[in-house]
Design a protein around this ligand. Structure first.
Ligand SMILES: *Cc1c(COP(=O)(O)O)cnc(C)c1O
Length: 362
């Protein structure tokens, strides 16, 4: 009998738990969720939860939710797959659409979960740098010889868009070689989206979530759109019963009935984002141009400042070692704070706390 030094899968030992500082704060602007709350139709479903929804298993593959997504987006049902948050959809897609040992190439910096999902599924992750025009070189994706390509538009944590022309070129170059996964977690806030690419190409998967503009992060609901053959494989990899019954019912209600509420709060978020960016510029800072509901502001010592802010009851998300894609990021040695946009009273309190934390760290 062979002796085992560890009970776990060898490739998992060096993977850390995903554990950003999530201690409760009086004002939490760290995770880009909807600070205005839950939309009314979803709230009604949750308040009226029925015994049947809890004691019975949910629908295998969330068909009522798929119908609501089809209605809202105009995409046919057979092109939709859902999941327990878009994290689940992304993880399932990476598992379904590449073999262990293959490469996923993604823009850098981007969503921290992707390199983690890559390793959990035995893939190599290769970053392709965002340049000073917030663009990437499509040829770098070709050179990576990747089975999967990950783009995030608008991108987290930069908040920036890739040019549509670049996305089109990457998609065209990948045809017959790689599947392009485009994460649109923040598309609701953006001036344009690329959902059309998922309905006109067989190798493009557009992934979305109800965690941000729709205010349902705690329910964990996400979905993807792509060719029927593609989403079918993702659905197998995802497995049955992943969207719980209450989440499915609330999300379907939100998609069907809460459009006005969502639009109104997107408008407020964009107004407050611009006001926040102005307030940061008045402080001599140079936030990146955001197409989303958060702002990335380069500042040296971001980790220490964010700790001092947390001690004062306000949570924002610190980043370190970001590539120097703007002069301000270079000056800050890659340190930055990502601040979610919420109601102005929260942002005003955040700014006061930021000022005192910055003074304390000076
Ligand atoms: C928040 C976020 C998600 C959404 O995650 P859920 O699992 O749907 O809550 C996906 N991608 C990016 C880039 C995000 O920032």
């Amino acid at each position: 009998m062979t002796e085992r030094s560890s009970p776990s899968r060898a490739s998992y030992r060096e993977i850390d738990l995903y554990a950003p500082d999530r201690a409760p704060s009086r004002i939490d602007l760290s995770d880009n969720t909807n600070r205005w709350g839950v939309p009314p139709a979803a709230q009604r479903v949750l308040s009226n939860a029925a015994t049947e929804q809890v004691t019975r298993y949910p629908d295998l593959y969330a068909s009522a939710l798929k119908r609501a997504i089809a209605e809202r987006t105009g995409v046919p049902l057979r092109r939709i797959v859902t999941g327990c948050g878009s994290d689940d959809v992304l993880d399932s897609a990476i598992r379904a659409l590449a073999e262990p040992g293959e490469t996923i190439a993604g823009i850098d910096p981007s969503f921290a979960m992707i390199p983690l999902f890559a390793r959990m599924n035995g893939l190599r992750y290769q970053g392709v740098p965002i340049d000073e025009r917030f663009d990437v070189d499509p040829a770098a994706f070709e050179r990576a010889n990747a089975r999967l390509i990950y783009l995030c538009v608008p991108n987290n944590p930069t908040g920036t868009m890739l040019p549509r022309g670049t996305i089109d070129t990457i998609v065209d170059n990948a045809r017959g070689r790689a599947t392009v996964i485009i994460d649109e977690a923040y598309a609701d806030f953006a001036p344009w989206n690329v959902l059309d690419l998922a309905t006109t190409n067989d190798h493009v998967l557009v992934v979305r979530t109800l965690s941000k503009a729709y205010g349902l992060a705690g329910l964990r609901v996400g979905y993807a759109v792509g060719a029927a053959a593609l989403v079918g494989e993702v659905e197998k990899s995802r497995g049955p019963y992943k969207v719980n019954a209450l989440a499915e019912a609330a999300a379907a209600a939100a998609l069907a009935e809460d459009g006005d509420w969502v639009r109104e709060h997107i408008r407020l978020a964009l107004d407050n984002r611009d006001r926040l960016s102005d307030a940061l510029r008045e402080r001599g800072l140079d936030p990146l141009p955001s197409a989303s509901n958060f702002v990335l502001v380069p500042i040296a010592g971001a980790a220490r400042i964010s700790t001092a802010m947390r001690e004062r009851g306000v949570a924002v998300r610190p980043f370190a070692s970001l590539p120097a894609i703007t002069p301000a990021l270079r000056v800050a040695n890659g340190d930055a704070l990502r601040i979610s946009v919420g109601p102005w009273n929260e942002l005003a309190a955040m700014l006061t706390t930021f000022d005192s934390a910055r003074d304390a760290c000076a």
